[in-house]
Ligand binder design. Sequence first.
Ligand code: C2E
Ligand code: CA
Ligand code: CA
Ligand code: CA
Length: 279
Amino acid sequence: AKAEGKSRYRLFQPRLSELLISRLTRQAELRLAIDTGQLELHYQPRVLGDSGEMSSMEALVRWRHPSRGLIAPDDFIPLAEENGLIVPLGEQVIAAACAQLAQWKAEGLPVVPLSINVSARQIDDASVSGFLAGCMARHGLDAALIEVEITESATMAAEGAGCGELAAIRALGVKLYVDDFGTGYSSLSQLRRLDMDGLKVDQSFTAQLAGGPEDLAFFTAIVSMAHAIGMRVVAEGVETVEQLRILQALRCDEVQGYYVSPPVPPATAALLLRKRFLF
Ligand code: C2E
Ligand code: CA
Ligand code: CA
Ligand code: CA
């Protein structure tokens, strides 16, 4: 048994260094991607629950890799968060979103606010509010045209210095949304203290909506407590008309998901802006 264990260990050795090398390669590749403009933004509309009128668009980053094609954020954002590249990456996302919005405005399109995802690490870095302010000023964008989404866990982590950074973003007039709500452990009082404008309920709760009355109970409770303290509720991951009808009946303020539109490249997003009503 001992010999077996030893040989297994020897077999495992090269795998470990391979993993390390592939990790370092990926890190270097991501650095290069940031420096050479391989990142691009796609946009997913969010609409009012009652009318289907577009209320904002979420900017979602993609990596156009020279040989591997379009890479989804789940395949590189976690790495960027670990090694700190999320800070320059995040700045590029903010700059690109502001530039896109300014371009659409200049083209005379009826723009809606753009919603930008910001990681905990960016909040800790405490330069994101200043960077955002600079971009908005450079492009002459009103604060009402920018929103920021922070995951529920990042929101809760933002107690010390991060809390000041959240307040600084809010002081610009930018609206703050709690992303993936329901997957963390935030309390009402925390959300209230942080002065969040709304909740984006995680798509796992939307997916359960077609079930029985207990499935409705969670959403019903969220909507009533959020409205009681003046927060809006957005349902993520709405894929079917049945889910939409239920959310409308529950007075969910806004919906987002494949039923309305998947994330689309900028040219398609511009067409959706012209259309404006998406139901
Ligand atoms: P998220 O912020 O929760 O974004 C929603 C994700 O769900 C997006 O995946 C979107 O394409 C997908 N989605 C939208 N509607 C539906 C639906 O109806 N059904 C299903 N099954 N999925 C739907 P995506 O674009 O792959 O982004 C994944 C995550 O990567 C995002 O989750 C966000 O946490 C992160 N991310 C994306 N862009 C950025 C960024 O610029 N900065 C940071 N820090 N994170 C980002
Ligand atoms: Ca988001
Ligand atoms: Ca989310
Ligand atoms: Ca998510």
